[in-house]
Design a protein around this ligand. Structure first.
Ligand SMILES: *Cc1c(COP(=O)(O)O)cnc(C)c1O
Length: 381
């Protein structure tokens, strides 16, 4: 099997699994208890918070653990809207956000929010000039993703953060694809809220976090106990949190080397596909993209068809976001980039990890070449 769907989820690193195990079997105490066993849990929780805070240049009390990226996105948007609605009801986001942001915005519109959806250019980059013009006296939040999950485009986050800061507007970024893959400094980029998810950087599923600048007011997401400084009630998912922190540590230790390696693999795959598969075009920006993301459309061939045939050859890939697979609607991200519905339906996303090899990529290119030829042959008859 060749796994090329790392934007959907990653294999949990053995080191992360190893770190988690004692928190199922030995240190299973509730961090809220007063006995020593609970103390072990509290210690691990604090350590995990410190590890993650350090990777962002943040304070420990600015990290709130959640159950993943969708929860963090929901929390960030809803809590800011609730806390600041007396100041204003206007939110600015982009047309190519993940549905965890877009569907939350739609919900907030029902609750009385006014949302501006920024355009993106043909390579998937947010129009910063349009953003400047969109700012209003009642704008309370700008939410633009760090890097896109379908085409891997990296947004001008620092510029966006500077605009937000200049107007005293909070800036949230969905960094689920970027965290653990790119270096992020929340202060330098004026980021007030940031979402991340463990399973996108070789941590376990069901564990994520939301960074919240201490200067930002934020409402509770879940009401109940005093966990997460009273903002998210419920006994902590300690094994998940410990595993996520271990994965975060690993991801940041080897980040530079890994990025060099992944970028080389990415560009190798893009070049080979462009050379060998007739009608293949790259979607997204050639350089301002995640080191592990390849997204192509092959003229006249549906992405879904290629996926099924790749699967028969033991290759796991995706047509875009995992959340839209199964539906034949073209991706909202590719449409926002101005693509025809046909090209958007032809999209194939191949997302690497450092575990992939050139030999594997050669196999993938060969398969794609043969699949394209077979489908074209059928179409001609
Ligand atoms: C995967 C993903 C999410 C959702 O994260 P979950 O942990 O699966 O809830 C949100 N935003 C982006 C950009 C993602 O890639």
């Amino acid at each position: 099997m060749i796994y090329l769907d790392n934007a959907a989820t990653t294999r949990t690193a053995p080191e992360a699994v190893e770190a988690m195990l004692p928190y199922f079997t030995e240190y299973y105490g509730n961090a809220g208890g007063i006995y020593r066993l609970a103390g072990e849990s509290r210690k691990a929780l604090l350590q995990a918070r410190e590890t993650i805070a350090k990777t962002l240049g943040a304070q420990t009390n600015e990290i709130f653990f959640t159950a993943g990226g969708s929860e963090s996105d929901n929390w960030a948007l809803k809590a800011v809207f609730e806390a600041y609605r007396s100041k204003g009801r206007h939110i600015i986001t982009s047309k190519m956000e993940h549905h965890a942001v877009l569907h939350t915005c739609a919900y907030l519109e029902e609750m009385g929010a006014e949302v501006t959806y920024l355009d993106v250019d043909a390579e998937g980059i947010v129009d910063v000039e349009q953003l400047k013009r969109a700012v209003r006296p009642d704008t309370i939040l700008i939410s633009v993703m760090y890097a896109n999950n379908e085409v891997g485009t990296i947004q001008p986050v620092r510029e966006i953060g500077e605009i937000a800061a200049g107007h005293g507007i909070l800036f949230h970024t969905d960094a689920v694809q970027a965290y653990g893959h790119l270096p992020i400094d929340v202060e330098e980029c004026h980021i007030d809220l940031l979402s991340a998810s463990g399973h996108k950087f070789h941590g376990p599923k069901g564990a994520g976090f939301l960074y919240v600048n201490q200067k930002a007011r934020i409402r509770a997401l879940l009401h109940g106990g005093q966990q997460e400084r009273g903002r998210r009630a419920g006994t902590e998912n300690l094994p998940g949190i410990v595993g996520m922190a271990a994965a975060a540590q690993l991801a940041h230790e080897a980040m530079e080397e890994r990025n060099v390696r992944e970028t080389a693999l990415r560009d190798y795959l893009i070049n080979r596909i462009e050379q060998r598969v007739p009608g293949a075009v790259l979607n997204g920006h050639r350089r301002k993209r995640l080191p592990n993301n390849v997204n192509i459309s092959v003229e006249g061939i549906e992405g879904e068809t290629m996926l099924i045939m790749l699967d028969l050859a033991g290759i796991c890939a995706s047509s875009g976001s995992a959340c839209t697979s199964g539906s034949t609607d073209p991706s909202h991200v590719l449409l926002a980039m101005g693509m025809s519905r046909e090209r958007a339906r032809g999209a194939l996303r191949l997302t690497l990890s450092e575990e992939n090899t050139r030999e594997e990529l050669d196999v993938v290119v060969e398969e794609l070449e043969s699949i394209a030829a077979r489908i074209r042959g059928l179409l001609v008859k």
